[in-house]
Design a protein around this ligand. Structure first.
Ligand code: AMP
Length: 297
């Protein structure tokens, strides 16, 4: 497995793969890899002849009071995990090469980025779309794999790729969870034992909301109130609980069709996000209800 730190070297390597007729799948990450990331790498493997994992803690997507400097960077063990999962290369650039002092060009999506995390983290998605553009230009992929854990991010990148005609196919993977339902996240290691116990309330409340909706609950207010009270009962502080259309991410007035319930909440100083998709009123979802009810999530 190659470890590449310079942008030009990355481009030269990707061009050489393409000249050999090999397709490339990229998995953009900020490192501190867990099973969620590893699933994305495995999916990338199944799509292309060569897999490139990028590891870059992107300063441009952190707000001034956020955890950029303390974000975990266990590079050596990340490299070992990438190797174990059959990555051909890891691209781990340096911030000063990615963002020279006079950097002044940004890529911004202006519709899907407005709500949800975009409200509480105003320049976050501008940082994400800009860095993903740069990572695409460095790795020249045919496929890029993202997780539904960051549902809004995945939608924004899909829109950017369409709007700007990137020749990249976006592949999405489902959320990987701990046994008790908590969505895996690099930030879970910040949680104290007590916060970790309380944080289960996020996925539990989303699962209950889905079941209630499948049982016929249509009132947004009731669904929202129940989620808020379950998370607050677990010791969390709500950033947002939003019920939106899965495609346009606009708040819905009543639950019908493809709906997303998205949550961001703080446990201590740690901000956690999670979401659940619901296809309300469709036989497919109704049929899978008992199966879903019995699942571990
Ligand atoms: P991050 O390193 O947090 O920037 O995430 C890199 C990629 O991994 C993004 O596409 C995330 O959506 C995805 N990811 C993070 N956590 C999970 C998870 N628990 N399940 C699936 N994908 C995930």
């Amino acid at each position: 497995m190659k470890i590449i730190k310079k942008i030009k070297k990355m481009q030269t390597y990707s061009v050489s793969l393409r000249k050999k007729g090999m397709s490339i799948a990229v998995v953009p990450t900020m490192g501190c890899l867990h099973e969620g990331h590893l699933k994305l790498i495995d999916t990338a493997r199944s799509h292309a002849a060569a897999v490139i994992v990028t590891i870059f803690v992107n300063p441009a997507q952190f707000g001034p009071k956020e955890d950029f400097s303390k974000y975990p960077r266990p590079l050596r063990s990340d490299f070992a995990l990438c190797r174990k999962h059959g990555a051909d290369a890891v691209f781990a650039p340096q911030p000063d090469e990615m963002y020279p002092a006079d950097f002044s060009t940004w890529v911004e999506e202006l519709a899907l980025s407005k709500g949800l995390c975009g409200k509480s983290r105003p320049s976050h998605f501008k940082g994400v779309t800009t860095v993903v553009t740069k990572l695409f230009n460095a790795t020249l992929p045919d496929f890029a794999v993202f997780g539904r854990k960051d549902f809004q991010q995945a939608k924004i990148i899909g829109r950017m790729v369409r709007d700007l005609n990137f020749p990249v196919k976006i592949v999405l993977e489902d959320i990987v969870r701990e046994k008790d339902g908590l969505a895996k996240s690099s930030r879970n290691i910040y949680l104290s034992d007590n916060e970790r116990r309380g944080a289960i309330s996020i996925s539990r409340s989303l699962k209950s909301a889905k079941l209630a909706i499948l049982d016929g609950e249509k009132k947004i207010g009731t669904v929202r109130k129940n989620i808020v009270s379950e998370i607050e009962g677990g010791g969390g502080r709500i950033d947002y609980v939003e019920i939106v259309g899965s495609e346009n991410l606009e708040p819905v007035k009543k639950i019908s069709g493809k709906t997303l319930i998205a949550v961001a909440s703080f446990f201590g100083k740690t901000r956690l996000i999670d979401n659940i998709e619901i296809v309300a009123g469709l036989a497919r979802d109704r049929n899978s209800k008992s199966e879903y009810r019995n699942s571990k999530r």
